[in-house]
Design a protein around this ligand. Sequence first.
Ligand code: PNS
Length: 173
Amino acid sequence: MKQIAAIYPGSFDPVTNGHLDLIHRGCKLFDRLIVAIACNPDKGDPLFSLDERKEMLKAMTADLDNVTVDAFEGLLMTYCIEKNANAVLRGIRAVSDYEFELQMALMNRKIEPRVETVFMMPAEKYSYLSSRIVREIASFGGPLTGLVPDLVEEHLRRRIESKRAATTEIPTK
Ligand code: PNS
């Protein structure tokens, strides 16, 4: 029987409960799921380094036997072929996601027709959740309960504190 290996690509800066919801759904559908962090220079300076994001994702998926965490540079389709993956998993939260996701899925299909994009919906309670919003709430010291795992919340608080300390430091002459 054909084995289906899927890549779940993203920035994961940081991983949210919405991402984890999708990983849990995806690993039930596919034989193998690779959560792949994109080194995406277009996205500017990430809050967390690639290694930090990888460590957080690894900790949060350690109990899932068919899930691995990796990172990639360059085109997603090149990475899929390298990993012998035949599917890409993406989450659609609301209609507003659709346009960008459709464009990406169709362009990816043009680049590599052997790889299918599969869309899944996270639980409704995560439909308004994104890493960007989580970073913003964290930067103003707002509540993160239910939005990210405790471990990620801890990392966020520490990162925001250290950034704040660095910007309020009095420069020495
Ligand atoms: O979490 P994000 O930022 O929405 O993920 C976007 C991501 C990483 C999936 C997308 O930017 C991507 O696939 N980047 C790799 C480069 C690539 O293949 N670009 C062409 C896509 S049509």
